[in-house]
Design a protein around this ligand. Structure first.
Ligand code: G1P
Length: 293
């Protein structure tokens, strides 16, 4: 029996410099895709995959993230008195159960590897999911969003799992890139990985796209890992060490991934998620037709 994936780490300490000035006072994770924060879409994806405990690695100026997952008493009370039952139901659907959310702080922006390491005591000695909250995903034909498909691969193969996406060769230097071996359906054995490889040196065009299942041994490795690409403590460097003793599978996610950390990805996500909404789709489609060049 494999240990179930009960806990997820969500690193939300990033400064959001690609989105200034919007992110000067508002955390980038709280920008909205339609009417819900990006982070809520990511939490939904984790819940769908069976996650019960949510560990947010926050930083300074991220207090509204905690508020978002708490009861807003005055708001609830006002909505109740005004009989706004739909709004109350929407708020309740997005709440996490009591005690299900934990918050710890990454005190300095030392990199993703360091952010994950900050969650070590809250995760403890069990495998966990990691979701990078810039990315939101929409289910594909195999069913389930990206983390659910990663959990499927974990149930089959155990060990560690990362989600993969094929991108143009010219973009690989911005991501973690994997070297791959044998394919088993949607899963691929991973042989190695490198963070932000210089142009022309990437081992493939398959990048790590922001969803991971990791074994707790990663924490001991991250404690010792040296600064890597961009002078940061890189998770990919830690995983490159872990792969020497444990297996890694890659999952080619068959749905769509929207990189909401980029302006274009964020705009596209808003349109795509808007078109999924019965209450908005007809009018939005008509507006888009008017704008089409
Ligand atoms: C991080 C990871 C990288 C991964 C990417 C996905 O990079 O370090 O391996 O491919 O997320 O978005 P960052 O976006 O923080 O530069």
């Amino acid at each position: 029996m494999r240990k179930p994936i009960r806990k997820a780490v969500l690193p939300v300490a990033g400064l959001g410099t690609r989105f200034l000035p919007a992110t000067k006072a508002v955390p980038k994770e709280m920008l909205t895709v339609v009417d819900r924060p990006i982070l809520q879409h990511v939490v939904d994806e984790a819940r769908e995959a069976g996650v019960e405990k949510f560990i947010f690695v926050t930083g300074r100026n991220k207090g509204v993230i905690e508020d978002h997952f708490d009861i807003a008493y005055e708001l609830d009370d006002t909505l109740r008195r005004r009989g706004k039952h739909e709004a109350i139901a929407a708020l309740q659907a997005d709440m996490l159960p009591e005690g299900a959310a934990s918050f710890t702080r990454q005190q300095a922006p030392l990199g993703l590897g360091h952010a994950v390491w900050c969650a070590r005591d809250l995760v403890g000695d069990e495998p966990f999911a990691l979701l990078l909250p810039d990315m939101i995903t929409a289910a594909g034909p195999r069913g389930g969003r990206c983390l659910a498909q990663c959990v499927d691969a974990y149930r089959e193969f155990g060990g560690n799992v990362v989600s993969l996406e094929a991108i143009p060769e010219s973009e690989t230097r911005y991501y973690g890139v994997v070297a791959v071996g044998a394919e088993h359906g949607p899963s691929i054995e991973i042989k190695g990985m490198v963070e932000k490889p210089p142009p022309g040196t990437a081992p493939s065009n398959l990048i790590i796209s922001g969803r991971y299942i990791l074994q707790p041994e990663i924490f001991g490795i991250l404690e010792k890992v040296e600064k890597g690409a961009g002078g940061e403590i890189q998770l990919t460097d830690g995983m490159s060490e872990l792969i020497k003793t444990q297996s890694f599978q890659g999952v080619r996610f068959d749905g769509r991934t929207y990189d909401c950390g980029s302006k274009l990805g964020f705009l596209v996500a808003n349109v795509a998620f808007g078109l999924e909404r019965e209450d908005l789709a007809p009018a939005l489609r008509a507006e888009l037709k008017k704008m089409a060049l």
